[in-house]
Design a protein around this ligand. Structure first.
Ligand code: APR
Length: 307
């Protein structure tokens, strides 16, 4: 398998690093418009894995020729959020970047699966779907895995348990309207509602919603990258190992949950072909309404781009 990561910034380079450490693929290409950065970071990462005897081929470049024939392409190119900036402020700026990148990818790797990471995530994934002309199975976005891992961490800290004992899933758009499925959240089979009182639970949900912003406020000059990178890795692993695993991913809904022609976070099986099937899990009326509201908010942003 060959994976290309577009954008050699914090998220892109960290994705290459965790992917190289994972030993999942043979070749990784890192590309960016800034001369020297992808080359330097690729070399550094190659040397970091050679230190413990791994030999994944890692190439840094400013072009796309070297990316040709990739099986998976991760798009992290764009501009991160600055303090005070919403994901939506990034919309037009990043649409230009992602549109250009996707044209190149579709040309050089016409059979690849695109995993979009650039924000605003759901809108950029839709843009990638339109510009590439790929089927929806091969254009997905990473957000739900990240949002879910944030939610699980805060619950685990609150309860003093391991995050691995928590079953939870966060759906909806990546942003203020995301939808943590509280009724589906259990700790070793016990409903979280029985373990944490309503008010406290609401605070945890809100912290997960603001999870990206909390980090932006600390970092001041950039946004989260370690957790986004490992979240991408989980998706790549599901694809490469053909796991048919259900993960929350941004996917094009074509009637699922009553949502049409919009990317939004939903549970889906991931395997070698990319998105295999969107799972229509049973939602409470409140959760379904929240998911539809979230999808409508994404759709509004998509309309801004006039695709
Ligand atoms: N082609 C290739 N790379 C590009 C292009 C382009 N047209 N435009 C910008 N880039 C590169 C920049 O040169 C930079 O190296 O994208 C990289 C972005 O890196 P960072 O600024 O470090 O941003 P990062 O924190 O990695 O976030 C990237 O992921 O999580 C999202 O919100 C985040 O949209 C942002 C994206």
């Amino acid at each position: 398998m060959k994976v290309t990561v577009v954008g050699a910034g914090n998220v892109g380079a960290t994705t290459v690093k965790v992917l190289a450490d994972s030993d999942l693929v043979r070749e990784i290409v890192l590309t960016d418009i800034v001369e020297g950065i992808p080359q330097g970071k690729a070399l550094d990462i190659a040397q970091s894995i050679s230190a413990y005897g791994k030999d994944t081929r890692i190439i840094g470049t400013n072009g796309y020729e070297e990316t040709a024939g990739s099986d998976i392409v991760v798009i992290t190119a764009g501009f991160p959020r600055k303090p005070g900036m919403t994901r939506d402020d990034l919309l037009n700026k990043n649409a230009e970047v992602v549109g250009g990148v996707v044209k190149q990818i579709a040309h050089f790797s016409p059979k690849c699966i695109i995993i979009c990471v650039t924000n605003p995530l759901d809108v950029m994934a839709y843009l990638a779907f339109k510009v590439s002309g790929f089927p929806r199975e091969r254009v997905i976005g990473m957000a739900g895995v990240l949002d879910t891992s944030r939610f699980k961490l805060f619950l685990a800290e609150e309860l003093g348990v391991s995050a691995s004992d928590i079953q939870a899933m966060v759906l909806g758009g990546h942003g203020d309207t995301m939808v943590p499925l509280i009724d589906h959240t259990t700790v070793d089979g016990v409903s979280v509602r029985k373990l944490i009182d309503k008010e406290r639970l609401e605070k945890i949900v809100q912290r997960a919603r603001d999870g990206g912003g909390e980090i932006v406020n600390y970092l001041k000059t950039g946004s989260a990258f370690y957790a986004p990178a490992t979240s991408v890795l989980l998706m790549i692993e599901a694809i490469v190992k053909d796991k048919h695993m259900v993960l929350p991913v941004a996917a094009l809904c074509q009637g699922e949950y009553g949502i049409k022609d919009t990317y939004v976070g939903v549970p889906a099986h991931l395997g070698r072909g990319g998105l295999e099937k969107i799972v229509e899990t049973e939602l409470s009326a409140e959760e379904l309404a929240a998911l539809k509201k979230s999808a409508a908010a994404v759709r509004e942003q998509i309309d801004v781009l006039k695709l």
